[in-house]
Ligand binder design. Structure first.
Ligand code: SDX
Length: 416
């Protein structure tokens, strides 16, 4: 079954190369000679915040690379543990390095009794699971005696702890919200397989474990996205890694960012049937509604991650007629959007459009989609926080003041 997944990913890459007639440029840019000129739009569009060797998003062609390796090859051949090592340490690990890294992740995945009790004592399940995740990471920081050590070495160790512990917290959150007994980690399983197990309570099939691994690889890093930038801004004041990641979780929660995968499923369920797509889309356009799962600040081409997730969604949707119908609605909606907005505004499916169908086929609850995104993205958040910390400068952009020039102070009894 995993060979079939490999073949689907290989075919996705071939399609991408054919449709974009190339792979990402080899020499992207050399070191930056600061200060640089850049044309900045609202929301820092186009602004250059830093230089990085961690990842590159080619928006015009729709390519994504981590440390020079493209997301298709990493999805086909790598694992989330290996990809996390690549992002944090800058190179693919040797077998010995990978074994040691996985053993450390496994050790940290088993929460201490103190961590277990503190996380389970939180009022989980009352709000959104991303708020539960945010609160639990904050509690882990309170319990970590190294949390105030902001050296690169100490923050690197915290990064590994967070990559290890986020899946456990996600499992606790997923089960507690339905009154199910939370499960401790099983370090003998891969992180992806254990994440599925800790959420569902069952050992995943080989197919589910591999598909989840590919999803975690694909979501791990993505340039200066809002949540990564948020984490970097917090750490740039020499705050601490826990505070930075709590902030990143808060940013990812929003429906314009990581929360879009949950919103996509709700859209597909709202449409209800492939026959309703055209009418729904027409009404959405009249109401100037954003179609969730489409569009991107950087990609003005098909998101390469969606290229991989689309065939995986098709493969897994065959398990359940209800999910199959969601998939058929998605395909029809994609064609409606691409035929108009794709042409007019270069709006294409992004990573969130098909990921939800994959997770729904695994019987994962919609509200848990964004926490899964965070389980993966914590690798990119921490890698970029650590990279920037090495040549730190506090982030402090400007706002253009357009308010009144000079106002007299009016005593309160003279005000209207
Ligand atoms: C992620 O940055 C990253 O890399 C993020 C991410 C990552 O891995 O970290 O890739 C993950 O967040 C993916 C995006 C998930 N969000 C959604 O799917 C929500 C729907 N998408 C839109 O909200 C929007 O496309 C954004 C937020 C993703 C990008 O917004 P921008 O760059 O600020 O674009 P914009 O809102 O200024 O839109 C430009 C035009 C507007 O039309 P006009 O006012 O010029 O006429 O495009 C239109 C928008 O109305 N538009 C859409 C649309 N997205 C943009 N119209 C309909 N549906 C959409 N989805």
């Amino acid at each position: 079954m995993t060979d079939q997944i490999k073949e689907l990913i290989k075919a996705a890459k071939e399609r991408a190369v054919k449709e974009t007639d190339s792979e990402p440029e080899p020499a992207l840019t050399s070191a930056v000679d600061w200060p640089v000129d850049c044309k900045v739009g609202l929301g820092l569009e186009g602004a250059v915040a830093c230089e990085t060797t961690i990842g590159y998003v080619n928006g015009s062609k729709g390519w994504l690379i981590y440390r020079g390796l493209d997301c298709f090859e990493l999805s086909e051949f790598s694992t989330f543990e290996e990809t996390s090592y690549l992002l944090i340490f800058g190179k693919l690990p040797t077998q010995k390095e990978l074994d040691e890294f996985k053993a450390k992740l496994g050790k940290y995945r088993v929460l201490t009794q103190e961590e277990w009790d503190a996380v389970n004592a939180l009022p989980l399940g009352k709000g959104h699971p991303m708020s539960d995740l945010r609160s639990a990471v904050s509690v882990l920081g309170l319990l970590d005696p190294t949390s105030e050590d902001t050296s690169v070495e100490a923050e690197t160790e915290v990064a590994i702890k967070l990559i290890a512990k986020l899946p456990v917290i996600t499992g606790i959150v997923a089960r507690t919200r339905h009154g199910e007994k939370p499960l401790q980690a099983n370090p003998d399983l891969s992180l992806a397989a254990d994440l599925v197990r800790m959420m569902s309570g069952n050992e995943p099939t080989e197919e589910d474990a591999r598909v989840m691994d590919v999803c975690l690889i694909l979501h791990a890093d993505h340039g200066m996205n809002a949540s990564t930038f948020t984490s970097m801004v917090v750490n740039s004041s020499l705050s601490d890694m826990y505070s930075s990641i709590v902030a990143g979780i808060g940013s990812l929660k929003g429906p314009l960012h990581g929360g879009a995968n949950e919103a996509v499923l709700k859209t597909l369920e709202e449409i209800g049937s492939p026959d309703n797509v055209d009418a729904w889309y027409k009404k959405a356009r009249e109401q100037k509604r954003k179609v969730m799962g489409f569009g991107h600040r950087v990609y003005k081409a098909y998101d390469p991650r969606a290229r991989v997730l689309h065939p995986l969604a098709e493969l897994l949707s065959k398990r359940d007629p209800k999910i199959q119908s969601l998939y058929e609605i998605a395909v029809k909606l994609e064609s409606a959007v691409i035929s108009e907005l794709g042409k007019e505004k270069k709006i294409f499916p992004n990573v969130d459009f098909y990921s939800g169908i994959v997770y729904a086929a695994m019987k994962i609850e919609t509200e848990m989609f964004t926490p899964i995104f965070a389980v993966s993205r914590v690798a990119g958040w921490t890698a970029r926080v650590l990279e920037y910390l090495k040549k730190n400068r506090i982030f402090r952009p400007r706002g253009i003041y357009v308010g009144p020039a000079r106002e007299e102070y009016v005593p309160i009894d003279k005000r209207g």
